[in-house]
Design a protein around this ligand. Structure first.
Ligand code: AMP
Length: 285
């Protein structure tokens, strides 16, 4: 049995559906995605369902957030199956605008969040977070949800979006969703589909390496030494490390000499595929 989900493609139709729910005093949660729906996205929809009466998922492969040599054209697309999975997880409405609806002729505005966007993925993907901030601001203003859910998988993105809604007074609560992983620890990602069998066999080491570094730091070990040994084991396995850092989990600033919480974040290439992951440093026992 296929579960029903309505698909709308224009801002006007999206607003009409949300207004009808509002008229019934129903609350609305939004889960923005780029499609290629997997269990990670579905967990966000399920979480949204526990926090609001109605869930709007969106699918938009946002050209603004891809660099010129990145995988915009190759990014996996398959709306029919995506719609079924989103419905199965509990979404009532799928907003799937095309690029002209999102960026009509004459579109000239960019949302830039400074500070948080400068390191990590922002350093190696110039303009990426401007593209993300611009599209997320638009999606939130188009839909007007009470709550919007974003995965901790994209940890830096989550912090940037929290900053953005606070700074622009967008009346929405941003909620993080835990990372969903394969049984071997690899974080689910639409880009995992690019991995060859040999790369897929190595990929779980990414999480294993940062997990071990986090444990060492929590045990009082030096963050520098823990990160160096994690980097060495990733490189020995065939990863090309883009960044590997332990940072303040709220500000992404370098860790002071003494700290109570931290996050270990990594991006690394396996062949052409860039994988990201992050874990909290557990509090000392
Ligand atoms: P994407 O379609 O990759 O742009 O992701 C859409 C949303 O799903 C973002 O908020 C991601 O952080 C989140 N997401 C992606 N992968 C996972 C995962 N493995 N676990 C939890 N959330 C995820």
């Amino acid at each position: 049995m296929t579960t029903e989900i309505e698909i709308v493609r224009t801002v006007a139709d999206l607003r009409a559906r949300v207004a009808a729910w509002r008229a019934l005093d129903e609350t609305v949660a939004m889960v923005p995605t780029m499609g290629a729906i997997h269990e990670g996205h579905m967990s966000l929809v399920r979480k949204a369902k526990t926090l609001a009466d109605r869930v709007v998922a969106s699918i938009f492969v946002n050209p603004l957030q891809f660099g010129p040599s990145e995988d915009f054209e190759a990014y996996p697309r398959g709306e029919e199956r995506d719609a079924e999975l989103l419905a199965e997880a509990g979404a009532e409405l799928l907003y799937a605008p095309n690029a002209r609806e999102m960026y009509p002729d004459g579109f000239a505005t960019t949302v830039h969040v400074s500070g948080l966007t400068e390191g990590l993925c922002g350093a190696s993907r110039p303009d990426h977070f401007d593209g993300v901030a611009t599209v997320v601001a638009k999606l939130l203003l188009q839909c007007g949800p009470d709550i919007a859910i974003f995965g901790e998988k994209d940890y830096q993105q989550l912090l940037i979006i929290k900053r953005l809604v606070q700074d622009l007074n967008i009346p929405v609560e941003i909620v993080g969703g835990a990372i969903v992983r394969e049984s071997d620890g690899l974080a689910l990602s639409s880009r995992n589909a690019y991995l060859s069998d040999a790369e897929r066999a190595i990929a779980p080491l990414l999480r294993a390496a940062i997990h071990q570094a986090a444990q060492q730091i929590a045990g009082g070990g030096s963050a520098k030494a823990a990160l160096e040994s994690a980097r060495a084991s990733l490189e020995a396995a065939g990863f090309r490390v883009d960044y590997l850092e332990a940072l303040d989990p709220q500000t992404l600033a370098p860790l002071p000499r003494s700290f109570s919480s931290a996050r270990v974040l990594v991006a690394a290439f396996l062949g052409e595929t860039r994988l990201i992951d992050n874990v909290p440093v557990p509090p000392p026992a």
